[in-house]
Design a binder for this molecule. Structure first.
Ligand code: PLP
Length: 354
């Protein structure tokens, strides 16, 4: 990134507007490391580099009509729901839910794996590894979703911002590891959680050339063409130094450094899980994700538990009810801290919540 800044300071190497979809050097590195290395056939012209997976998942719904039906996991990363509300697609709000949204409850009872929708959906958001529950969809579960989407002409918007946290070798990192997914799914990835780019800003989404969208008259359109049109109309690309920084993540040194950081967070997650176990609390996630999703004690709401943690232990987490109705009675902790701070907090949990 420093070298790229120096280039920008000299007339001969200065770069102005770059390609809307991102520089080829970065898209090639993404294809080689994130897809070809896992035996997945994705081409560089199916990659769109952006300033964040949040903006990508927020904007992708703009390709769909106002009456498209949306299905999403409950609890959910709020961006999927709120952007559809802003787009006027959600219907009226009553008793904590929107009338036209199809909610797919994910609780301990179904092992946090959403059941297929009972009514027709046009768009389904899936997040795996999941924020907030920390659960991961298996190959077989994802295949069921892909088969369903192909049969019902639905589009899966697959958010794998946390794929680098997967430790179990049999779990899929990309939806394109599943047969048929290139015809029904868009994938969103980010450098934020894998390489500490939350402040630097860089992400990408994959829109396969084989993916077609159908209008009300039955005409089909290339989703890749439509997304290029969307991005070139509303976005002028990610800054050159930032894209060089993202490229550096794929270098041997970048890979080793970020692996070490992620392994550190996963070690923190183990420390937190052990403390919760000592405190007698049921907890999920933390093995293939940076999030621990704990069940609050019987009769204690998410917000009651928040107050208990904050006032009693000076530990801050996120009340599960903030992610949807099915999040009530749960609480999210994250492993994104130093080992020292994590151990300090874990000791308080183990001693204080007994
Ligand atoms: C953090 C997060 C993102 C946002 O990533 P950015 O690239 O920083 O915008 C997307 N999806 C999920 C599920 C996240 O938790």
């Amino acid at each position: 990134m420093k070298k790229a800044c120096d280039e920008m300071a000299h007339k001969d190497t200065f770069r102005g507007y770059g390609p809307y979809e991102g520089y080829e050097f970065l898209r090639n590195a993404i294809v080689a490391h994130d897809y070809q290395a896992r035996g997945v056939n994705i081409a560089a012209d199916e990659i769109f580099v952006s300033d964040g997976a949040k903006s990508d998942v927020a904007h992708f719904q703009e390709l769909f009509s106002a009456d498209a039906r949306v299905a999403l996991q409950d609890p959910v990363y709020p961006v999927y729901l709120d952007t559809n509300v802003m787009a006027g697609r959600s219907g009226a709000f009553a008793n904590g839910q929107f009338a036209h949204v199809i909610y797919l409850p994910c609780t301990a009872e179904n092992n946090f794996a959403p059941a297929l929708p009972k009514e027709h959906a046009d768009i389904v958001y899936l997040c795996s590894p999941n924020n907030p529950t920390g659960s991961v969809l298996t190959r077989a579960q994802l295949q069921t979703w892909v088969d369903w989407a192909l049969e019902h002409k639905a589009i899966i918007l697959f958010d794998s911002a946390y794929e680098a946290f997967i430790t179990q070798p049999d779990l899929p990192h990309s939806i394109y590891e599943i047969a048929g997914a290139e015809k029904c799914a868009v994938e969103f990835r980010s450098f934020s959680k894998t390489a500490g780019f939350t402040g630097t800003r860089c992400a990408y989404c994959v829109v396969p050339k084989a993916l077609k969208l159908t209008d009300g008259a039955g005409n089909t359109y290339s989703a890749n063409d439509l997304w290029m049109r969307h991005q070139s109309t509303k976005f002028n690309g990610v800054s050159y130094p930032v894209q060089r920084g993202a490229e550096a993540f794929f270098s041997a040194e970048g890979q080793a450094q970020t692996r070490k950081a992620i392994d550190g967070y996963l070690a923190n997650a183990k420390v937190i899980l052990r403390a919760l176990d000592q405190a007698g609390l049921m907890a999920y996630g933390g093995q293939n994700a940076p999030y621990i999703w704990l069940k609050t004690p019987q009769g204690v709401t998410s917000w009651d538990f928040f107050d208990k943690m904050l006032n009693g232990l000076q530990i801050v987490g996120t009340p599960g009810s903030g992610f949807g109705l099915s999040g009530e009675g749960y609480f999210r902790l994250t492993a994104f801290n130093s080992p020292e701070q994590t151990q300090k907090a874990a000791a308080r949990i183990a001693a204080g919540l007994k």
